[in-house]
Design a protein around this ligand. Sequence first.
Ligand code: DGL
Length: 268
Amino acid sequence: MKLGVFDSGLGGVMISRAIKDHLPDLDMVYLGDTLHVPYGNRSEKAIHNYSKNCIEYLFTQENCQIIIMACNTASASALRKLQQEWLPKHFPERRILGVVVPTIEYSIDRGFENLGLLGTNYTVHSKVYLQELQKINPNITIHQVNTPLLVPLIEHDGMQWIDEVLDHYMKPLMDKGIEAVILSCTHYTCLKDRVRERYNIEVFSQDEIVPVKLKDYLDRHPESETKIGKSGADTFLVTDLTPEYTQQASRYFGKDIELSHVLYKDTV
Ligand code: DGL
């Protein structure tokens, strides 16, 4: 069996890279829903159905034991319902793990109380980070900024414009004197060093959080861990394939990768 990594697009490639660096032996399959990226501006129903279709594909066609739902937007909208209602009915022995809870745990451990967050429209408006953080520590303030231009710039090789766009989004957060910023979108992983240097601030980036928390989960759940193959094989799948995407994905994974197009059961 395999570990699945699901995302709407390139961010999942960055998370896959980080998981491979941390747990190189695990057999892993990445699925990017490139047909529908970006998820961040879509309706809850669309995000739920796209996510469910991808997850179902990874369970049935790729024999995944655990799937990391790397997409924050999907984790904020679809994850709970899938975990609580759909999974027990269809795949009771398998697991779907999101990225919000590990990021919350990490943020709490770091101990800051005045935080900023950059996220997609859906993630910001869901207030999931705000609610979950304040449940644990009501003294935490979190200033959120919806950053719709970042994913298209990252997906379409627009890094030359990124500083100007980042300055625009970061200014209201810096004006609030934040101590750290949560990059609550897998895609923003590739911006972490830029944000650290440009604003001289602590950055919580999910490529540094998810692999460590995954290892911890696997250590605590040998019943799942032992089912996952350890040959170090990688598979990369997308729901729409272009030469540009292959190039970008290879760049973010750090070596040439072969992407395969999967036939997608499109239901919204
Ligand atoms: N990767 C998604 C996330 O983490 C953002 C990209 C999108 O909008 O699809 O939220």
